[in-house]
Write a protein that binds this ligand. Structure first.
Ligand code: DSN
Length: 416
């Protein structure tokens, strides 16, 4: 990696950036919310656009000299609308949580009832967890998955909606391996007169690539991150087809909850939206789904159990209880062998989230790196072998060697 000026000016940080590149190169990345951005996305982020203050919206800013960044943001907005087939987009949200803050501000008042998926069953902090602003400011009721199927039971969602009459229903998850039934959520929201917020942070890329149904015909607002399956820079955005809601979203972002937009990140979002509009992105998403099936097969053949019995998207949630290992231990064990994944609570978990009985395994990053189905299945088998033979140093070394071979076959950022 060149880092010509950084090396001269701040060797400490240059060394750390290089160290992180080497770390990413030398592990199989299975964290379901991570991915590897393209070099054009990286260049847009590291650009002079970072220098510009542009509070407001294109054509209506609070600063002079905004004509260039106006064009950047307009391109990003237009590409987001084209990609997701909707009328309005706000691309200024700094993150997925920032996008959700804006969605709450645009729809509900503090104290209003909101129905969202429980964090313990795969939802997200900002869908009403008690330690988050959403749980502190709103009266949140949670739905989860059924004990029998480990999937969302739409009858339960409907019963809760009819009982508690929420002003907003949130559909979206961080560790749910199944297709979300946006049509059913839309019907329930209509029945009880609630707004429907679809938080598509994890599956945005799959939706853009046609590998998961879109919520847009049903949701009043969609919120998302750009950096997971969508493979853009770290950031957030919001979508809507409703003109009045779109106006409220814009105000909720600025001045409601943010100051100056990150124009360098908005440019990088525009680049990634254009990448996702290309036919090869749909092929990439298809490959993510195939790789998830394959890694799941490898893990179950090796003796592990997948929550809900499988996956329809980019991630598997592994129940580690049959292997008598916690998520925390498994995460550490695998990291030592060059496989990065994260411990994760499973539904009805008896352990604390810091320890957890599960492991979340995502395939978006390894698919970007070029892993095929055969290799993904092999990775699944290696995970199971490592876990079930964790006191055997010979197996550990074999797993480590196999991981190194797989990584060598798919170099990451060879240009850097
Ligand atoms: N931290 C993200 C994830 O890993 O899913 C959600 O915000």
């Amino acid at each position: 990696m060149a880092l010509e000026y950084l090396r001269k000016n701040d060797p400490t940080i240059a060394k750390l950036v290089h160290g992180e590149l080497e770390r990413q190169r030398n592990c199989i990345e299975l964290i379901a919310s991570e991915n590897f951005i393209s070099l054009p996305v990286m260049e847009a982020m590291g650009s002079v656009l970072s220098n510009k203050y542009a509070e407001g919206l294109p054509g209506a800013r609070y600063y002079g000299g905004c004509h260039v960044v106006d064009d950047v943001e307009t391109v990003a907005i237009n590409r987001a609308c084209e990609l997701f087939g909707c009328k309005f987009a706000n691309v200024q949200a700094h993150s997925g949580v920032s996008a959700n803050i804006a969605a709450y501000l645009a729809t509900v008042q503090p104290g209003d009832t909101v129905l969202g998926m429980s964090l313990a069953h795969g939802g997200h902090l900002s869908h009403g967890a008690g330690v988050n602003f959403s749980g502190m400011l709103y009266n949140v009721v949670h739905y989860g998955v059924s004990r029998e199927t480990e999937t969302i039971d739409m009858n339960t969602v409907e019963q809760l909606a009819k009982k508690f009459r929420p002003k907003m229903i949130i559909v979206g998850a961080s560790s749910y391996p199944r297709t979300l039934d946006f049509a059913a959520f839309g019907r329930i929201a209509q029945e009880v007169g609630a707004y429907l917020l679809a938080d598509i942070a994890h599956i945005a890329g799959l939706i853009a690539g046609g590998a998961h149904p879109s919520p847009l015909p049903f949701a009043d607002i969609c919120t998302s991150t750009t950096h997971k399956t969508l493979r853009g820079p770290r950031g957030g955005f919001l979508l809507s087809n409703d003109e009045e809601l779109a106006r409220r979203i814009d105000k909720a972002i600025f001045p409601g909850s943010q100051g100056g937009p990150l124009m360098h990140v908005i440019a990088a979002k525009a680049v990634s939206f254009a990448e996702a509009l290309r036919p090869e992105f749909a092929r990439y998403c298809e490959q993510i789904l195939k790789n998830t099936q394959a890694i799941g097969r490898g893990m179950t053949d090796g003796g592990l159990r997948l929550v809900s019995g499988g996956s329809d998207n980019h991630l598997c949630l592994v129940d580690l209880t049959p292997a008598s290992i916690t998520g925390q231990e498994a995460e550490r064990l695998l990291e030592g062998m060059g496989i990065t994944a994260n411990k994760n609570a499973i539904p009805f978990d008896t352990l604390s989230p810091n320890v957890a009985s599960g492991l979340r395994v995502g395939t978006a990053a390894m698919t970007t790196r070029g892993f095929t189905e055969d290799e993904s299945e092999q990775v699944g088998k290696l995970i199971a072998q490592a876990i079930f033979n964790r006191s055997d140093v010979v197996v550990a070394q074999k797993v480590r060697n196999a991981v190194m071979d797989l990584l060598a076959a798919h170099p990451l950022y060879p240009e850097l």
